[in-house]
Design a protein around this ligand. Sequence first.
Ligand code: COA
Ligand code: MG
Length: 296
Amino acid sequence: MTQIKFRPRRSCLYMPASNKRALEKAKSLSADTIIFDLEDAVAPDAKEEARANACAALQSGDYGKRELVVRINAMDTPWFAQDLKQACQSGADAVLVPKILSADDIVRISALMDDCDAGRDSKLDSKLWAMIEMPLAILNLKEIAALGAEHRLTGFVMGFNDLAKEMHAEHDRGVFGSVMTQTVIAARAYGLTVIDSVYNDFNDPDGLETECLEARKLGFDGKSLIHPAQIDTANQSFAPQAGAIAEAEAIIAAFRDPVNAGKGVIVVNGKMTELLHLKQANQLVATAKAIDALAR
Ligand code: COA
Ligand code: MG
């Protein structure tokens, strides 16, 4: 049931919703997705103000084609219920919930999201994204991902700052290799978007690029970011490269050639090329077109 997603999510920029300057600045930044953060980046005393700022920003219509996501506080906090309700009612494209542990969490949250429709003429259609940052979530990946569209769940975002803390591990990329692979596999098995964790050293573009390229190779759609200086690197790293686009176009053209009509396997540029490669080529070209459309 793998689904092809064409919405680019190369760069998903977190910003503390308590920071009005950042909220303003994001209107002109080229991030594909903006994540208004109400959780880790917001101090307890600023939670209510951050929620109000995020809701006002969502309703402003000032963020153009950017996808707008709100990361709310976790289910066991006093802010969760209001965060969820107001984020849905403000028209967020998705609500990102941290510290998810199990499939039951997803069922409960999606039911609460359905309750937000009560008394409304039209259904709210905010999607649900889950942070994958707790050891139990890793153990329950398949069950969580399998709930998929039935429970609004459409995306996973990795959170390695929390996962390192919970595992008592060093925050070293090498530690997370197997978790990254497992998460991508679970996401793809059930048609979910999957976004890599943040790179904390925002003054190190080379380190960021290394992580982005590694994540792209593994199949991630994009990277979550913490600073505007990281956007261009992520956008370039996760966009289909010129060589790959040319190769995909050659495959599409070859399968369209009447001499190859009805064939399941052909040779393109000296390589065995099957119908599955044609599917991949179509996906890559569609992704490149979607990125072009965002820029216009
Ligand atoms: N989104 C939008 N704008 C941001 C931003 C962000 N995440 N981070 C910084 N900016 C803006 C600043 O407001 C500043 O704007 P200005 O030029 O209008 O004054 C400009 O970018 C430069 O910021 P800079 O001075 O380099 O950064 P800083 O020292 O003020 O802040 C951080 C550094 C890390 C505290 C800040 O980038 C941040 O809060 N990032 C997000 C943290 C977060 O959301 N964490 C949760 C997920 S892990
Ligand atoms: Mg966290």
